[in-house]
Design a protein around this ligand. Sequence first.
Ligand code: NAP
Length: 251
Amino acid sequence: MGGMGLLEDRVAVVTGAGRGIGRAIAEVFASEGAMVAVVSRSLASCQAAADQINSRFAGKARAFAMDVADSGSTSVVGKEILEAYGKVDILVNNAGVTRDGLALRMSEEDWDVVLDTNLKGAFNCVKAFQRSLLKQPAARIINISSVVGLMGNAGQANYAASKAGLIGFTKALAREFSSRGVTVNAIAPGFITTDMTDVLTGEQKEAITRNIPLGKLGEPGDIAAAALFLAGGGASYITGQVLTVDGGMVM
Ligand code: NAP
């Protein structure tokens, strides 16, 4: 192989990496030399993603099943990850779910599942890895928010609240961890082609596309490229920011 990647010798944990955006982030990190803990809820999903990454970048990926919404799980599996690698340099909080519906009819359960996964899940993962992150010379936390957290979206009160909450969490942590050189940033993706947006009808996708200046949905690789930038040495003076990657939808 040879050649130095941007993330050589660094250990990254990417949650929600079984599919979609997280999987693309895990793959691009591995391609730049990082050792990647590929985390998702089901072992089948993260194992398949890790196998696929290892087929191109041998030995770089390892699968870990974890439920980010469950602090017992993040604590136990977090310890396994720290034992496997000895440290964590980069944490990407990407695991997320939707339970859409109008607020008028939204059940308490749909509110709780989305907030527990998308917002508390990031808190649980920070708790699991913060000691190690704070010891590394240039650690990174990257939270995957959404343009919906900036703009709101009818039918997604729970999701918008979770994603706006992640932005506040990002800024507070950026201030708390700054003295140790740990940067904490968020990415706000627009509409990206994954299983999550696969449920949209062709008509809905056309309506969305009309509001995207660049005229198309994004790809998981577009978000992975932004995550790689924030994870790398070139972004060491950037913290507490929200990088919107949405084809120009929000400006
Ligand atoms: P996706 O294709 O639905 O994949 C979601 C991933 O999250 C899966 O790997 C899933 O695990 C994992 N996950 C869900 N709940 C989890 C839990 N409790 N514990 C651990 N892992 C869990 O989603 P995506 O579209 O790639 O989205 C990734 C992130 O980007 C999410 O936070 C989403 O809100 C955000 N985002 C997406 C878009 C978009 O247009 N797609 C736009 C803005 C923001 P399994 O594979 O095991 O099921």
